[in-house]
Design a protein around this ligand. Structure first.
Ligand code: PLP
Length: 453
């Protein structure tokens, strides 16, 4: 019965769906896991199998699935209205959500522009920064600086400031030019240096880019503390602060993309707090609704906001918006999720959880096929290598990370790797024993794959 339903669904999936970031030829030959429901930090498939949600359903789930407080907030909102526009109208749910958000972001980020994905939040940040300088009469500031290995989404603007060759190279002719600076990737330093002796030469390179384009840079766009999608690349301490100083020296805005790092993932509500940095523009999405619904926000300061003010005929308006900007259902979920952070004292519980995960992964630190275990808060990247001594990579075709994910699936956890990097990003709600279990499954899966490839 269960099997017949599963087979029918898979057949229909294979007939109609096109999955993101997926080689569909391979997908069509596989029998996929079909998720039917969720239960706390577990995902349940059509065959009744339960899996730990090891990557928070793509880095967004925070409090687990089917959280009564968030479910009830959405149902209560449904009893009022599911959607109304912010173009020319205000709405209760979006006002309450914006107030709650401004309360928890670094002081001074007081203006909230809603959209529905990390990519749209990035697009808005870019257009906002650009128009801000145009409106101020600083018309030469049209350029953006970004960091290699960065990821900000898949729309053309966000891909332009992205820096992941595998995803972005093919679209190059469609992109606007962006000045990319070397990646702060200490395990494979692009400058061939070693931290801390390097004295953060990669940050000096960012400054050099600014110097070469003096007076022309509108903004630096960066993922603070951790570049997620390129393999959980953890920046050396002080790097983000240096970025803030460089932007200040050169009169540019600092755009921090906390779509992945926001809402407790790195141990603080926002990653920028750890370096005492206040960006001029902050983007959030994923965990904003607790991972329930598509909602994003681009926050900025009064200084940027004021550039856009003027009489109607001045045409200083920010001509940007989406149909579902400030969707009330999503806003209600977000408000409930942010309140849960307070009511459940989520951040206070994180150090013990980080410690539990760290302890479970510790044996991997010496594994002959693990080059590095990187962790910031509950964001973890385990870089698999053919040879630990030389750092030699596994060939792309071997799909080492994918093989580990398949092993983990058989052991009861869902992981999604990034190339040869095994990623863990559990919901903040995962308990210490569950984190230990996730760590054990990951370890065993890596050992199983390393033994055969
Ligand atoms: N920015 C960062 C740092 C991300 O990690 C992601 C997604 O992984 C995005 C932006 C894009 O978000 P979305 O997939 O919601 O467009």
């Amino acid at each position: 019965m269960e099997r017949a339903r599963h087979d029918r669904l898979v057949e229909a999936d294979h007939r109609h769906l096109w999955h993101p970031f997926t080689q569909m030829q391979e997908w069509l030959a596989e029998d996929p896991v079909v998720i039917d429901s969720g239960d706390g930090v577990f995902l349940v498939d059509t065959l009744g199998r339960r899996y730990l949600d090891g990557v928070s359903s793509l880095w967004c789930n925070v409090h687990g699935h089917r959280v009564p407080e968030i479910d009830e907030a959405i149902v209560a909102q449904l009893g009022k209205i599911a959607h109304t526009t912010l173009l020319g109208l205000a709405s209760t749910a979006s006002i309450e959500c914006a107030e709650e958000l401004v309360r928890i972001v670094p002081a001074g980020l007081t203006r909230v522009f809603f959209s529905d994905a990390g990519a749209t939040a990035a697009e808005i940040a870019l257009k906002m920064a650009y128009q801000h300088f145009q409106l101020r009469g600083d018309a030469e500031r049209k350029e953006f600086v970004a960091i290699r290995g960065g990821y900000h989404g898949d729309t053309i603007g966000s891909v332009s400031v992205g820096g992941i060759d595998l995803f972005h190279r093919i679209f190059k002719p469609l992109l606007f030019p962006v000045r990319h600076a070397p990646q702060p990737y200490c395990y494979r330093c692009p400058l061939g240096k070693t931290w801390p002796d390097c004295r953060m030469a990669c940050a000096d390179e960012v400054e050099r880019v600014f110097e070469a384009h003096a007076g022309k840079v509108a903004a630096l766009v960066i993922e603070p503390l951790v570049q997620g999608a390129d393999g959980m690349i953890v920046q050396p301490p002080g790097y983000l602060r240096r970025m803030r100083e460089i932007c200040d020296r050169h009169g540019a805005l600092l755009v921090c993309d906390e779509v992945a790092t926001g809402f407790g993932r790195t141990g603080t509500m926002f990653a920028v707090e750890q370096e005492g940095v206040r960006p001029d523009i902050l983007t959030v999405a994923k965990g904003l609704t607790g991972g329930y619904l598509p909602l994003a926000a681009t926050l900025t300061t009064e200084a940027v906001f004021e550039s856009f003010l003027g009489p109607f005929e001045s045409r200083r308006t920010f001509f940007h918006g989406h149909t579902f900007t400030g969707n009330p259902l999503a806003c209600a979920a977000a408000t409930a999720s942010m309140r849960l952070f307070r009511d459940r004292r989520i951040l206070a519980g994180l150090p013990a959880k980080e410690e539990a995960l760290s302890r479970a992964l510790a044996p991997l630190g010496a594994h002959p096929h693990v080059g590095e275990v990187r962790r910031r808060g509950l964001m973890v990247g385990i870089e698999l290598v053919r040879d630990r001594a030389t750092g030699e990579e596994y060939a792309f075709e071997l799909r080492a990370g994918h093989q580990v994910a398949l092993e983990a699936r058989a052991r009861g956890a869902i992981l999604r790797p990034l190339g040869n990097v095994v990623v863990l990003m559990p919901p903040l709600a995962m308990t210490e024993p569950q984190l230990a279990e996730l760590g054990r499954i990951t370890r065993e899966s890596i050992e199983a794959v390393a033994a055969r490839i």
